[in-house]
Design a protein. Structure first.
Length: 365
């Protein structure tokens, strides 16, 4: 049987995600961000709710991306996620994209020219942002064309790079409906951005989300709920350069900007430059919020939920892969657990995120 991997955030889970799961073949394993997501913000609902949403709509197994994989630039995000899925025995990776290209051929190009491509990246001017550098690399050495702002396409290329030489087939699915950042409401498939923006509109949410009741009844958070905590961290930290990926220039820009910033988004606007993209600044602020330091990634894989089919697959991996299904005295990943505790501070009704939590189980119908 085919084992398909999907890398996701489901922030929140919507009909486009359901469509992607329907297009995936065989046993479907999702590697999902935890309580903080790749673009550098708290997930709108917690990881347990999002895992349940996925399992109720076609996923067989949901595992968690550690904090230092989930909150990273596209290449690190993709590399860490593919590494986890590869250990869980996937032979295919399915993902949504705006541009349906032959990603398999692109992966082959990368595996043949890896040294040359990485050297090309290092040779580019320092004032370019990392996404600009990778775009130039793909255009120059692989002939890939870019059209505007296509985050899923950029992730697709990162997945191709991460899967190069691993024997994993790449299957891209044309993204349905609204674009990734779209705020549109009059569409066939609404984007996660649009659903976060219009979360108070119950009819809209019910139309575009298969688990709208679960979503609407769950405690919801955004950066605004952590604004004061973030300011406290910035104002009282003796040396922000001790935080993961914060250099002196960024530390000074953040310390200066926080005095006049009216919100977290305003702070992002004030700190971002051509070199430091808004997404990178948001990730940096997330690192500051949770007090992230560089850490070795955990070798064990944390299971968030499974169906009976998913459970059978886990049993077949016994002895080959170190799995964590309950976090007790022995920590799984200290930094992810620290991030979970900070996340819980954002809403008084958020449930315990770590201790004693066991995977969401769904019986096969």
């Amino acid at each position: 049987m085919t084992v398909t991997g999907i890398i996701a955030e489901f922030n929140p889970f919507h009909n486009g995600h359901k469509y992607l799961l329907e297009q995936a073949e065989g046993l479907k394993i999702v590697a999902m961000s935890g309580n903080f997501v790749q673009r550098g913000e708290p997930a709108i609902v917690d990881k347990w709710i999002r895992a349940q949403m996925a399992l109720e709509n076609g996923a067989d197994l949901v595992v968690e991306l550690p904090f230092l994989v989930a909150v990273q630039s596209a290449d690190h995000f993709a590399k860490g996620a593919v590494e986890i899925l590869s250990r869980l025995g996937i032979d295919q990776l399915t993902f949504g994209t705006e541009e349906v290209l032959d990603y398999q051929a692109i992966a082959t190009v990368y595996s043949e020219k890896e040294a040359e491509m990485e050297a090309f990246l290092r040779s580019l001017p320092e004032d370019l942002s990392y996404p600009q550098k990778t775009q130039k690399m793909w255009e120059t050495l692989a002939g890939v064309e870019f059209t505007g702002d296509t985050p899923n396409h950029i992730l697709g290329l990162a997945y191709a790079k991460a899967c190069a030489g691993k024997g994993i087939a790449l299957k891209s699915v044309q993204r349905q409906g609204a674009g990734y950042h779209s705020e549109e409401k009059e569409v066939a498939y609404a984007s996660a951005t649009s659903l976060r923006l219009h979360k108070e509109d119950q009819d809209f949410v019910a139309r575009f989300m298969p688990n709208s009741q679960l979503f609407q009844s769950a405690p919801q958070v955004s950066w605004e709920d952590y604004d004061q905590l973030l300011r406290y961290q910035i104002l009282t930290h003796p040396d922000l350069t001790q935080i993961f990926q914060v250099n002196e220039e960024l530390a000074n820009r953040i310390k200066d900007a926080v005095r006049s910033a009216s919100s977290v988004e305003d702070l992002v606007e004030k700190v971002a430059t051509k070199r430091y993209t808004k997404a990178r600044v948001r990730r940096i602020l997330t690192y500051i919020l949770v007090g992230a330091r560089e850490k070795i990634l955990p070798t064990a894989i944390h299971v968030l939920g499974f169906t009976e089919k998913g459970q059978a697959h886990l049993k077949s991996l016994k002895g080959q892969v170190d799995l964590v299904t309950r976090i007790g005295k022995e920590p799984w990943d200290a930094l992810t657990q620290q991030a979970d505790q900070v996340y819980q501070l954002g809403h008084s009704q958020l449930q315990e995120q770590i201790w004693g939590r066991v995977p969401v189980r769904l019986r096969d119908e």
